[in-house]
Design a protein. Structure first.
Length: 196
């Protein structure tokens, strides 16, 4: 018996493939664009492009079948989870795709003599009037930032020049460190992030 467009087995396969493809494209686009642009583009993608791709993969028939309803339900649930965890999902996607280049950039930095950890700018966002927020990729050979990452609390941690908003573990000995808005590593500002 040949598979038809209404065959449940074929629809489930299409549903899985289409949903996975939409999510992979979304995460890849998020990883390669700057944070402001990826956030602005994610809304039209989530609302318009994703459902169009799903319906194209499942067939354009006008009646709403169970597979189409399940596809939209699964898709909107995935979008809600990604939106609620946007920053963590973006960090994970970027790390998966770009870690090789980012690691080599950080490791090429000279060893700081003031006890700070090797770092490079990893991410950032902002616009005039609201300020700039910067996230650094930090290499911690002793993995001492693991306590900060587990706690999820802002604070001043060893190897960092000032109090930071968030530390996230990306991999063993690799962390993303989010500074407060308009605070930058190596500059004298409100929190004196110069390390002095």
């Amino acid at each position: 018996m040949a598979n038809t467009a209404d065959d449940p087995q074929l629809n489930w396969r299409r549903l899985f493939i289409a949903s996975a493809a939409v999510l992979i494209v979304f995460l890849a686009a998020t990883a390669f664009t700057d944070r402001d642009l990826s956030f602005v583009l994610s809304v039209p993608f989530a609302v318009f492009i994703g459902p169009v791709v799903l319906f194209a993969a499942l067939g354009w028939k006008m009646r709403l079948s169970l597979s189409r309803l399940l596809a939209l339900t699964f898709y909107w649930a995935a979008v809600a989870v990604l939106a609620a965890n946007y920053s963590a999902a973006r960090d994970s996607a970027r790390w998966t795709i770009r870690s090789h280049w980012a690691k080599s950039e950080v490791l090429a930095e000279p060893q700081p003599t003031n006890g700070e950890l090797k770092h490079a700018e990893w991410d950032g966002w902002g616009f005039p009037g609201a300020g700039d927020t910067t996230v650094y990729l930090v290499f911690d050979p002793a993995d001492s930032l693991s306590v900060a990452a587990k706690s999820g609390r802002p604070g001043k941690y060893e190897g960092l020049p000032c109090e930071v908003y968030r530390v996230r573990r990306l991999a063993s000995r690799w962390y993303s460190v989010q500074f407060y808005t308009d605070e930058f590593w190596g500059r004298h500002n409100a929190l004196d992030c110069t390390g002095n």
